[in-house]
Design a protein around this ligand. Structure first.
Ligand code: DQA
Length: 141
């Protein structure tokens, strides 16, 4: 089982950025724990602040991996092209948001990703990534 985790802009600052919303843990630290919990999964991790790089990675992982856990961050609300990339690939995509985007500003309620994703998880903190992995594992077992 191969799962690609892809994070969008500013998520490289997790643990330092708006900690009241996003928490204190860095993604690297979280990823270590996730890998230890699921030794049977081959994980790849990619983060970029650049929309086109995220699209390239979605396209690549979309034909090489069994599933993608994607947090497009701010691009969720603006990027038609990321939505199109998800529609173009084979692998199921689970959209994850750390915060509850529906309890924040109105512009965060629009997602160009949700309609193309297999499912979406929001508001459950970093646990959302783990639940997405659980779901992808359950699809293949
Ligand atoms: C986010 C929510 C987005 O609205 C925001 O732009 C982010 C992070 C989240 O994980 O809660 O950067 O995707």
């Amino acid at each position: 089982m191969k799962i690609a985790i892809i994070n969008g802009p500013n998520l490289n600052l997790l643990g330092k950025r708006e900690t009241d919303i996003y928490g204190n843990m860095s993604f690297d630290k979280f990823l270590e724990q996730l890998k230890a919990k699921y030794p049977q999964v081959v994980f790849s991790y990619f983060q970029s602040n650049i929309e086109g790089e995220l699209i390239n990675e979605i396209q690549k992982a979309g034909y090489e991996y069994n599933g993608i856990v994607l947090n497009p961050a701010g691009y969720t609300h603006t990027s038609v092209a990321i939505g199109d990339a998800i529609a173009a690939i084979k692998a199921p995509v689970i959209e994850v948001h750390i915060s509850n985007v529906h309890a924040r500003e109105d512009f965060r309620k629009l997602s160009h990703v949700s309609g193309k994703a297999a499912g979406s998880i929001f508001g459950l903190g970093l646990k959302g990534y783990e639940l997405a992995v659980e779901y992808l594992l359950s699809r293949t077992s």
